[in-house]
Ligand binder design. Structure first.
Ligand code: ADP
Ligand code: MG
Length: 258
């Protein structure tokens, strides 16, 4: 006899839906196939670190997930909904997926506070008071509450990147994409940005992170995905990947970065 599914088993099924699911995704630039039948899932609450040599397709993969790029074949589902989306649904997708780039891309003529409140006010329609209260809270979380009234150029690189993270978080995203967030930073500022990312991971945020910071990958990633030549070559938990990478390509990569 079959028992009808309880609320508990239903919610277990629901939470098993990956937040991001890429199925056999192909992306070409002209004749250059940059993503070649990529399958990837990121589950809610998971931190996935994407590693691979320059040109392997890591940035393109991230850009496809929030539809800064369109794909040529395959499927991408975010929260169970297939891309491409248009209009309001696309705006919702962009709001639910935060992205932080190597170059901080803050609005140069706006204060830190205005950078963080801009999209909540103009895309989500929040009142100035509410947006500013939330922004101050976020700037406090990333450790730059005292920089509210400064312009980006008055901040250090590490502070600008932390402001960029606060700006992305202000949209209350379900997923955060980080594309080499510390690669443009002076070495002494890398730690403060990684600390904010670690804190975010600990808070349960779902994250897809491209980075060359192997210490971060080892200690924060739930899963490491290694790409080369537009393929996912291997993926495993970080302890396995860093001690016993299966493929010679991954071992060669690790020798170079290590
Ligand atoms: P990664 O981030 O791993 O370094 P990318 O995703 O930036 O790799 O690039 C993968 C490949 O796609 C490279 O060969 C790169 O030259 C190419 N590529 C990336 N963006 C574009 C673009 N907008 N137009 C043409 N080729 C591109
Ligand atoms: Mg890149």
């Amino acid at each position: 006899m079959h028992a009808s599914p309880s609320a508990e088993t239903l919610s277990a099924v629901e939470s098993a839906t990956p937040l991001v699911e890429m199925r056999s995704v192909v992306k070409k630039f002209g004749h250059n196939t940059v993503l070649d039948r990529v399958d990837l899932q990121v589950n809610a609450g998971e931190v996935v670190v994407l590693l691979g040599p320059s040109g392997s397709g890591k940035s393109t993969l991230c850009r496809c997930v929030n539809r800064l790029e369109t794909i040529d074949d395959g499927e991408i589902l975010v929260d169970g909904r297939p891309l491409p989306l248009e209009g309001r649904e696309l705006a919702e997708l962009r709001a639910s997926v935060g992205m932080v780039f190597q170059q901080f891309n803050l609005f140069p003529t706006m204060t830190c506070l205005d950078n963080v409140t801009f999209a909540p006010r103009h895309v989500l329609g929040r009142s100035r008071d509410q947006a500013e209260a939330e922004a101050k809270d976020l700037l406090n979380q990333v450790g730059i509450a005292d920089k509210c009234d400064q312009l980006p150029a008055q901040l250090s690189g590490g502070q600008q990147q932390r402001a960029a993270i606060a700006r992305a978080l202000a949209m209350r995203p379900r997923l955060m994409l980080f594309d080499e967030p510390t690669s443009a930073l002076d070495p002494e500022m890398i730690g403060e940005v990684l600390a904010v990312m670690r804190q975010l991971a600990d808070s349960g945020m779902t994250m897809l992170v491209v980075t060359h910071e192997m210490g971060f990958a080892k200690s924060v990633a739930d899963r490491v995905v290694f790409m080369d030549g537009g393929h996912i070559v291997e993926q495993s938990d970080p302890s396995k990947f860093f001690s016993h990478a299966r493929t010679e390509r991954a071992r060669a990569f690790l020798r170079q970065v290590g």
